[in-house]
Design a protein around this ligand. Structure first.
Ligand code: ZN
Length: 457
């Protein structure tokens, strides 16, 4: 994410404070609202905010998730196709209330909730697709479906408050989505399909009074546009003015976009503060207060390639998504708007990073030795410091191996991992060394593995 990909330090702080505050709450103290009446889901009053160390063991990977959501009845149907494997299989279900589980032929399947927030289905190995009917609750703390004003917020592991899922980013799933029960006079903006494997938090929807403006097509034929709310046209068109160019740069430099023929920035009202964006490709969300910021558009667009396309295998590898995307955003700005604009973007990164380090926020670094043993939203690794240091690391590698060589590595890495097997940051370092012969150990020690900044930065 940036679950929140704000361009600037100040924009991160409000959510950084907000998200941990909702982790430890039980349902009674949240602004959630029970859906009432349903049985079969154990004790929905105590959702297990699964993810990180609490994630259930995953026996069968999810291949695709077909969702039908009724926003008024708050009723969902998930048709989940699984990789072949042995039964039973488990899903994270947050505070969903499961009504029924069946095969696609309507044959009921036994299920239970061995612990709060976990659904276990006694599906025979021959059952590759499960149909799960359920009710979902309103949420108000960036942890599910926020009915007012109307958006989903699922990063990092709140998919389970909207649909049965595996929140670990390594388990990518394709999606289809149908939405009903949209309030009269409003429009729901969402992708009908995510046609390549994506992390569980990539699906998103928002409801509002939207206008779409087509900005242009890339050379590869992807339609690029922007959705804005009343009063938001000027900022949207200013911030997204070069978005088709940024997007084309990523397509040309890294490879074909995986998430469909149309992509757009979508303005979303996340409340007070400018929070950045969230990479719901192909229709990613940007806070309405940030819609005028070109870097936020470039950053979220770049997540189509890293973070979305190339999924991180472990939350500890957050820098592989955010650092790479922060680097790529500056590269796109330079490619489209020229060297001066590129340098100005790096100067902003530099200023922010120096300020954050001086302010004592440089407390965590890449964690190459563990995998999914942290809860990212509670961990200091979720910091813009990681974004910037990852970007400066890649810029330093570029200075050593040359831009062309680094682009070749990043493109090959994307084409290998995009929509396929998730990757760790070490995989990228290995790819750089294999392709260029350059040993990244020293730069990695400087930028990725420790705190502090190099002398003279
Ligand atoms: Zn980001």
């Amino acid at each position: 994410m940036r679950s929140i990909c704000a361009a600037r330090l100040l924009s991160l702080l409000p959510l950084a404070l907000l998200l941990p505050a909702c982790q430890g709450d039980d349902a009674a103290s949240q602004s959630t609202e029970g859906t009432g009446g349903a049985t079969g889901a154990g004790d929905p009053a105590k959702p297990d905010r699964t993810g990180g160390t609490n994630a259930p063991a995953v026996e069968r990977d999810i291949v695709s998730t077909g969702l039908v959501l009724d926003l008024t009845a708050r009723r969902g149907r998930a048709e989940i196709r699984l990789a072949r494997g042995s039964a039973p299989t488990r899903f994270e279900i947050g505070d969903l209330r499961i009504e029924a589980v069946s095969t696609t032929d309507g044959e009921p399947l036994d299920f239970e909730t061995p612990e709060a927030g976990v659904l276990e289905v006694k599906a025979p190995a021959s059952a590759t697709t499960l149909v799960i009917d359920y009710l979902f609750s309103k949420h108000g703390r960036f942890d599910g479906w926020d009915a007012t004003p109307g958006f989903t917020f699922l990063w990092p592991y709140f998919c389970s408050n909207l649909f049965p899922c595996h929140s670990g980013p390594a388990d990518g799933t394709k999606f289809t989505l149908e939405v009903a029960g949209v309030p009269a006079g409003k429009t729901a903006i969402y992708p009908e399909a995510i046609p390549a494997a994506a992390p569980s938090y990539q699906i998103g929807l928002t409801v509002g009074d939207y206008t779409y403006e087509r900005l242009g097509d890339t050379a590869a034929g992807t339609e690029i546009g922007v959705y804005y709310a009343p009063g938001g046209r000027d900022a949207a068109l200013a911030g997204a003015a070069q978005l088709p160019g940024y997007f084309g740069f990523f397509e040309e430099t890294l490879g074909q976009y995986l998430f469909g023929p149309k992509a757009a920035s979508v303005s979303v009202d996340w409340g007070p503060g400018d929070f950045g964006g969230l990479e719901h490709h192909p229709l990613w969300h940007i806070d309405d207060g940030q819609m005028g910021d070109a870097n936020t558009h470039a950053h979220e667009a770049a997540h189509g390639w890293f973070g979305g396309g190339v999924r991180i295998a472990c939350w500890e590898d957050f820098v592989l998504s955010e650092g790479t995307v922060t680097y790529l955003a500056a590269r796109a700005i330079e490619a489209v708007e020229g060297a001066t604009a590129g340098e100005a973007q790096w100067a902003l990164y530099h200023e922010d990073l120096k300020g954050m380090v001086a302010g004592g926020e440089d407390t965590a670094a890449w964690l190459p030795d563990t995998c999914n043993e942290i809860r990212i939203a509670d961990h200091p690794i979720w910091s813009l410091v990681i974004y910037y240091k990852g970007a400066f690391f890649l810029r330093a590698v570029e200075a050593e191996v040359g831009r062309e060589a680094l682009d070749r590595v990043l493109g090959a890495f994307y084409r290998k991992h995009g929509g396929a097997k998730a990757a760790r940051m070490q995989d990228l370092l290995d790819a750089i060394e294999a392709e260029t012969g350059f040993d990244t150990a020293d730069l990695s020690a400087t930028w990725l593995l420790g705190t502090g900044l190099p002398k003279g930065f």
